[in-house]
Every structure is written in C-alpha cells, then in structure tokens.
Design a protein around this ligand. Sequence first.
Ligand SMILES: NC(=O)c1ccc[n+]([C@@H]2O[C@H](COP(=O)([O-])OP(=O)(O)OC[C@H]3O[C@@H](n4cnc5c(N)ncnc54)[C@H](O)[C@@H]3O)[C@@H](O)[C@H]2O)c1
Length: 292
Amino acid sequence: MSDRRIALLGAGTMGHGIAQLAAQAGFETRVFDPAPEALAKGLAAARAGVERAIQKGRLLAEEGPRALARLHGAKSLEEAVHDADLVIEAGPESLAVKCRILTEACAAAPEDAIVASNTSSLSLTELAAATPRPSRVVGMHFFNPPPVMKLVEIVRAEQTAPEAIARVRAAAERMGKEVVEVRDSPGFASSRLGIALAMEAIRMLEEGVASAEDIDRAMRLGYNHPMGPLELTDLVGLDVRLAIADYLNRELGGLRFQPPQLLRRLVRAGKLGKKAGEGFYKYQLSEGQSVR
Ligand SMILES: NC(=O)c1ccc[n+]([C@@H]2O[C@H](COP(=O)([O-])OP(=O)(O)OC[C@H]3O[C@@H](n4cnc5c(N)ncnc54)[C@H](O)[C@@H]3O)[C@@H](O)[C@H]2O)c1
C-alpha cells in the first residue's frame, strides 16, 4: 500500500514549501515547528503557496480546497509523526540538532515509517547512525523554492534499506519531482558541483579576471545556466555557501572547495547576499530588486 501521511519537522523556508507540495500531491500533511510563530508563519505561507499554485496554473482550482484541508499544524513532534508513513525533517543545518530530531522522530513514529532529512550537506550515514532505526533513514534533498524546483536528490546512507529509497522516490515522484540518487558523500552531487563552480567564480572575481556581471553572463549565455554562480550565491546566502565550502574543504581537501578570502570578507561585513541587501550585487530590500 502506498504512503498516505507525511510529517514535516520544521516550518521554515524549506519545510513550509515541502508541506505545500505534499498536501497538493494528496498526502495528509502535519507540520511541527518548536517555535510557535515559525509554525504559524510557515502554515500561512504554505496556504498562500497553494493559492499561488492555482494562479500560476500548477494546480487545478478545484484541488485547492482539498489541498488546504490536508494541511495541518501539530503542537508537538509526537503529534506530527505518531501515524506518519514518511517523516521529512527540515530543521536547522546542524548535526547535533538533526541527530536529536531524527532520533525523536524514529522513536515516536510507527515502526515502519521512513525518516528522511532535507540536509543540504551533512552526512546521512552519521545522522542514521545516531538513530535507533538507521535502515529507515535516508536523505531527501529538495531545492529552494520546493514548489518550483524540479529536483529531489535522494541520498543513500550506508545503512539505508532499499525499501526506504523506493518509498521516498515514490513520494517525490507523486509530488511531481524528478529524482537523482546518490551515495552519501560530502555535498552529494548538487552541492559539490555547485560549490566548486561558485568558489572558482569568486576566485576569478578576486583575481580581476572579469566583473561579477561578466562572470555570471558567461555562464548564463555561454553555458545556458539560468543564473550565474555569483547571482546564485547572493540568492542562497554567502554565509550559507561559506559554511558548505568550509565543510567540503575539510572533508574533501584540495583547492577546489577552499573559500576565497573575498567570500570571508564579505560575510564578515554582513554582505550576505539578497537577504541582506548586498552581496556580489546590491538589492533594494523591499522589492528584492537588483540595483547593480
Ligand atoms: N534554504 C535553502 O535554500 C535550502 C535548500 C536545500 C536544503 N536546505 C536545508 O533544509 C533545512 C532547513 O533549511 P531552511 O532554509 O528551511 O531553514 P530555516 O531556518 O528557514 O527553517 C528551519 C526551521 O526549523 C525549526 N526548528 C528548530 N529546531 C527544530 C526542531 N527541533 N524540530 C523541528 N524544527 C525545528 C526552526 O524554528 C525553523 O523554523 C536545512 O537542513 C538546510 O540545509 C535549505
């Protein structure tokens, strides 16, 4: 029998987007966040996302009320996961915090539930090892914003059972996603390639090879990337990318992931990208528009 109920742990940027998708795809969806204001904000954003999906023609109008009726908040982790078939953890990117959430989820969810993490870089094998049911733990890496981005990267820990892979694959496909499957390794496939390109682009800017605009334009027009690596780093957040680069540098070594001094300087100066109004480009915070 196919999975019917999903619990989302964390209602932030990723959690609420995944919750929206899950509800639209027909899953009974319960969302928990320990910060009550984050839960309220996340649920409101997920509901607004359903309306937006209808406006954009990604969801039939008559499906809207049904999707909204499937979307629920939960007051505790236990309430969210107690009858879930699939738990998706979208809490902060911290090994200690994720180990705790996944362990609690494994203990409170039905024995055969799959417990997936949306981590963008941490080792699934390490996370799985911290839980009482490592064979049920798997990576389910969505991209930002989840309702729009087509990819889900499934990450196989050393301990992950084939059934867990099959079930998250089925759930992702039901949400309309395309799936790639990777063995657990630092940065998986997506972050490892994306960070290598971004660090090299920043090094080129530092060396004065070309302007930020021209480096981005080269990738957009020459390689058909929808966004250049510097624009994308502004969008994701320079602090976020620095943290991932530091992690990959520690794990994999070599110049390719070594964060350039320019990146560290910008982060120290609070120039974190679009969210801060300035990174490699300047933005008007209210409209999020570039004023390069
Ligand atoms: N933002 C992105 O572009 C992106 C893309 C792919 C993957 N990710 C990954 O998704 C995860 C979430 O990222 P985000 O950008 O949504 O972060 P976020 O900060 O927007 O949201 C995290 C949420 O987790 C909640 N939280 C804290 N402790 C918790 C707990 N014990 N149980 C449940 N929830 C808890 C916080 O209150 C917050 O609302 C991270 O692992 C991140 O690396 C992020």
